[in-house]
Design a protein around this ligand. Structure first.
Ligand code: SAH
Length: 566
């Protein structure tokens, strides 16, 4: 089964060589470098503490090339809150020491040994059980689940105190460990999927060899599954995955049941639940079926990734204006899980870097409907697909195109896709924030492009919005193929606003070379604007005053004078 890709975090150029060596061991791992200190990092960060804490909270394994103390102090405030934690390691800048710090149950020692091997040093393993037995009993490999962690800890300390142990049942990985085995021992490790209370001095380890095929129509699915397992005397910890028919892919009941039981949910071509179970488990030794639920018990752990397919996912994401700090964390997480990324090339590049296993589909800006349909085709195959927009995906961008493609389609596999729209900071809001609060009162957002709507509609809306004294935000203000429209728009606005009305021009906001300019309606000419510019026009109440550091603040007060608009 796949492990999460670690993040390599460095503070200076001195660690870059070691970081690159480690990166080669983990394809897809990105090097996060401190801004202005590291040249050529994959991701640039400004605040070490915030970056490390965010990675930790997102369960990303962390390889920090710095003093162990810095890492400990940084993560200390989070340690008490978190149950399961990702592996966290400190590695000496020069690669001479590898110190596992946190995440014993998340496999930190395995990671430490791999990195140490790659760097030609010994890992500083401090976990007694692991040192003695060469494996962490409390952290079985994928395909096996530990019955009870607290019991397990006591068990390991008994073993460390010199007790010997008897192994019942088949667990190849345990056979390889250097456990002090003795057929007469009174400590027992029992490996099996039967439901039972652990006997005294017994540690239960469950092989995940049970597949549960379900129909979404079963009432109270999680408890119904528990009941069927109980009747068959099978432990719920042994469930490897839930399997349902393709047609039930969009069922919220199935999704919630899988979540509640903490197991993956997979889908296969329709059939009775018993058929599904039998086909998927292949090597099954027994089948129990009961009212829409069937169990297949295999003779060894099942890998859910090899059973049926997952529900495909399509996320339409907004990158924000450009700067990484303005991208919402949910969008970053979505990019990390994507198999396929679709979008206009400039935006796809802005969303990177990507791992070698992620497929990029870059297209021209105009092919939106085709791109939306392509995204559904990929997601319907069970892939995790991301469609990128700049700013917010719902503002003159891909979200509406994706929904239109879905609305037009009668393909049930498209409608079954797990579709989500993740918001971003739109250019008007990013520009407004830099200028102050020009959109602090009622405002109107318009695209001046007449590619998809008649120009007469645009004129009418401009006229009414300007008359209503709304502040105005213009997207797509001008382009080579639409040279005269902005001039005409400004004429219409000028019929309702004085030449002193404040105007903000934001160009490439949040991107390299950004510019922000405050001017007035009287001084604004179309030559000052291009297609990378956001135009904000104030209302009658918008004001401007100087900033101490130079330039001006622009804001529209929250209140409105009592006199009616003329
Ligand atoms: N979905 C995007 C808008 C796409 S329309 C959003 O929510 O921001 C494209 C227009 O947005 C451009 O013509 C320009 O007017 C504006 N725009 C997009 N990014 C910008 C940026 N970084 N700075 C200034 N304007 C930008």
């Amino acid at each position: 089964m796949t492990r999460p890709v670690p993040a390599i975090v460095i503070l200076g150029n001195g660690s870059l060589a070691t970081a690159r060596k480690i990166q080669q061991m983990y394809p897809g791992a990105l090097i996060h470098g401190l801004a202005e200190r590291v040249d050529g990092a994959d991701r640039v960060y400004r605040e070490f503490g915030a970056t490390l804490r965010q990675l930790y909270q997102h369960d990303t394994p962390i390889i920090a090339l710095c003093a162990a103390g810095i890492v400990i102090r940084t993560l200390a405030p989070l340690l008490l809150e978190k149950g399961a934690e990702p592996p966290v390691l400190a590695v000496a800048e020069d690669g001479s020491a590898v110190v596992p710090l946190l995440g014993g149950l998340g496999g930190v020692n395995v990671l430490a040994r791999e990195i140490a091997d790659g760097l030609g040093v010994a890992a500083a393993i401090t976990t007694s059980g692991e040192l003695r037995f060469g494996t962490c009993l409390l952290n079985p490999p994928s395909g096996y689940a530990l019955g009870d962690l607290e019991l397990g800890k006591r068990f390991v300390s008994d073993l460390l105190a010199g007790e010997s142990v008897r192994i019942e049942g088949a667990a190849p990985w345990l056979a390889q460990a250097q456990l002090p085995q003795d057929p007469q021992a009174h400590l027992t490790i029992h490996v099996g999927s039967a439901e039972r209370e652990p006997a005294v001095n017994e540690l239960l380890i469950y092989p995940q060899n049970v597949l549960v095929a379900v129909s979404a129509d079963v009432a109270d699915l999680p408890n119904a599954i528990r009941d069927v397992l109980h009747q068959a005397k099978i432990a719920v910890q042994s469930v490897a995955c839930l399997l349902a028919s393709d047609q039930q892919m969009a069922s919220p009941a199935l999704r919630e049941a899988a979540l509640e039981l903490g197991v993956p949910l997979r889908f296969a071509t329709a059939g009775s639940v018993a058929e599904l179970a039998e086909n998927a488990a292949g090597q099954s030794v027994s089948i129990h079926a009961n009212n829409g639920i069937a169990l297949a018990v295999a003779d060894r752990p099942l890998d859910p990734l090899l059973i049926g397919r997952p529900r495909g996912r399509l996320a339409v994401i907004g990158l924000g204006p450009g700067a990484a700090e303005l991208m919402v964390p949910a969008v970053k997480a979505e990019l990390a899980r994507a198999n396929d990324v679709l979008g206009y090339e400039t935006y796809v590049r802005m969303a990177g870097p990507f791992r070698a296993d992620q497929v990029l589909h870059c297209t021209d800006n105009r092919e939106e409907m085709q791109r939306a349909r392509h995204a559904f085709e990929l997601a319907a195959q069970g892939r995790s697909v991301v469609v990128v927009s700049s700013g917010d995906p719902g503002v003159f961008a891909m979200a509406a195109a994706v929904l239109e493609a879905l609305h037009e389609s009668s393909d049930s596999s498209w409608h079954s896709v797990d579709l989500e729209i993740l918001p971003g900071v739109s250019a008007s809001l990013a520009t407004a924030a830099q200028a102050g609060a020009p959109l602090g009162h009622d405002f109107c957002v318009m695209s001046l492009s007449d590619n998809l709507k008649p120009w007469t509609i645009i004129e009418k809306r401009l006229d009414l919005a300007a008359e209503a004294d709304l502040a105005l935000a213009f997207y797509n203000p001008i382009s080579r193929s639409r040279p005269w429209q902005l001039g005409r728009a400004l004429e219409i606005v000028a019929q309702h606003r004085t030449p002193e009305t404040p105007v903000v021009l934001g160009r490439d906001i949040g991107r390299p070379g950004q510019t922000l300019r405050v001017t007035t309606l009287g001084q604004l000419t179309p030559e000052q604007v291009d297609m990378r510019t956001m135009v904000l026009i104030g209302s009658s109440t918008t004001c401007v005053f100087p900033r101490a550091e130079g330039g001006e603040w622009v804001y529209t007060p929250r209140w409105y004078p009592a006199k009616p608009v003329s």
